[in-house]
Design a protein around this ligand. Structure first.
Ligand code: FES
Ligand code: FE
Length: 443
């Protein structure tokens, strides 16, 4: 494999990563050019666009895209730019429309992307403008995985499920409903969006399993915001069943997860004791899930994880998906999508929505701590002198073992997931081919 100018920034053998990854314009440009233009990216959830004509404006890297459902109910993802002079065709966050009409000179596009309206066409364009050739620019590949819509700009990218690899089992723990029904979740409430003066990779890495930073959440744990808080139980989430094992896995495609494995003999632990209706619902789901998935598979519970490059999730509490959108090298826009079981009673959804907001987002007591760390780390890494010194990634250097080809697993807090993420990251920004990016070259 040919040496690339970015290779020296990532030294996983010695556990060092250059600060350039988090502050440099040059690195940021390479990410836009070679990483966000090729990787599969999360766009939105189909529950946000249930009806024909529904749209949700999303992002792929730094570019705006429109997720919409056409009149035949087919889902599309278009670049949000007019083919005439580039005006943003859709300036709303979400809604329903029969047509996407450009505000500048009023070219109109149908929800399947076709250019259907050009003012004064007969007089000004007849015989010259081939409308069929000037549709909205559509992604060449789109995947709807259990309601979560992903897309890539690369026609040569492998199919989404191959891209997911073994991390799929853990994403399932997020997208499936609590009673184990495949893809039985939906987005509740609006999307929370906010800007953090930090590089996007801080988010991805934190959610690959950086439990080491729990100390920074000490104050919220002392306050106690868990669903059992009114019963005087401290912490951020409900208690774990004694004997639960924490498992970290990193995958050859660059994904990393931190999931829980319950003991063989397991039972429901009170998680919503202040709310009898919510508690009864989740107790029933627990038993149903065991029956549906069987004793082995039902032992796995999702905690956190990141799908390469910028989708992360909370599997259990607060159940959500979030995206770290780059906004230049030292700024990101965070989007949080909160999930609930589609079939849950309304009071359950409502209770969860309140808990999620207490925990997450710019006003959430837990997430504020993370923002503060990433914000100041970025500022303190940006100076000429600071940039000469790499970050340390030597934690649990030899703890992980191979559990499947290209997959590393451990039960101790580690930075293996991060090291493996950055090893894959450097392959993307160096524009290496899909054999390398999928880890096929070492399998
Ligand atoms: Fe859209 Fe001119 S830029 S119609
Ligand atoms: Fe945190």
């Amino acid at each position: 494999m040919a040496e690339h100018r970015f290779d020296h920034l990532v030294d996983t053998a010695n556990g060092t990563i250059s600060r350039e990854l988090f502050v440099s314009d040059d690195v940021h440009r390479a990410e836009q050019e070679h990483l966000f233009s090729r990787a599969w990216l999360f766009i939105g959830h189909e529950s946000q666009i249930p009806n024909p004509g529904d749209f949700f404006t999303s992002r792929m890297g730094e570019e705006s895209v429109i997720l919409c459902r056409d009149r035949a109910s087919k889902v599309h993802v278009f670049l949000n730019t007019c083919r005439h002079r580039g005006m943003k065709v859709c300036r709303y966050d979400e809604g329903n429309t029969p047509l996407l009409t450009c505000p500048y000179h009023a070219w109109s596009y149908s929800l399947d992307g076709k250019l259907v309206g050009v003012p004064m066409y007969d007089k000004l364009y007849e015989g010259v403008l081939d409308r069929a050739a000037w549709s909205l620019i559509e992604v060449p590949q789109l995947a709807n995985y259990k309601g979560a819509v992903f897309a890539t700009w690369d026609p040569l990218a492998p199919p989404f499920e191959e891209y997911l690899g073994g991390a799929r089992d853990h994403l399932d723990l997020v997208l499936d409903a609590s009673e184990g029904r495949a893809g039985g979740t939906e987005v509740v409430g609006g999307i929370q969006k906010w800007i953090v003066p930090s590089n996007w990779k801080f988010g991805t890495e934190n959610f690959m399993g950086d439990s080491y930073h729990n100390v920074s959440h000490r104050s919220v744990d002392l306050v106690g915001i868990s669903p059992n808080a009114r019963s005087g139980i401290k912490g951020r989430r409900a208690s774990e069943l004694p004997g639960t094992e924490h498992v970290w896995l990193s995958y050859p495609q660059g994904h990393g997860v931190h999931s829980l494995r319950l003991p063989v003999e397991n039972e429901y632990v009170d998680a919503f004791r202040d709310e009898p209706e919510v508690e009864a619902y989740f107790r029933r789901c627990y038993d149903e899930r065991k029956t549906r998935l069987g004793p082995e598979r039902s032992r796995w519970v999702g905690l956190v994880g990141s799908i390469f490059p910028n989708l992360s999730f909370h599997g259990r509490q607060p159940h959500s998906l979030f995206v770290w959108h780059p906004h230049g090298p030292r700024s990101m826009e965070v989007w949080r999508f909160y999930l609930v079981d589609r079939a849950a009673p309304e009071p359950v959804k409502d209770f969860l929505r309140h808990y999620y907001m207490r925990y997450s987002g710019p006003g959430g007591m837990t997430e504020q701590d993370d923002m503060e760390n990433w914000n100041y780390a970025t500022a303190a890494s940006s100076g000429t002198i600071a940039r000469r010194y790499p970050y340390n990634y030597q934690q649990s250097m030899h703890a992980s073992v191979s559990s499947a080809p290209g997959t590393m697993q451990t039960t101790q807090i580690n930075e293996q997931n991060s090291r493996d993420f950055y090893r894959r990251w450097v392959d993307y920004v160096s524009n290496r081919d899909w054999n390398v990016l999928m880890g096929r070259d070492v399998l």
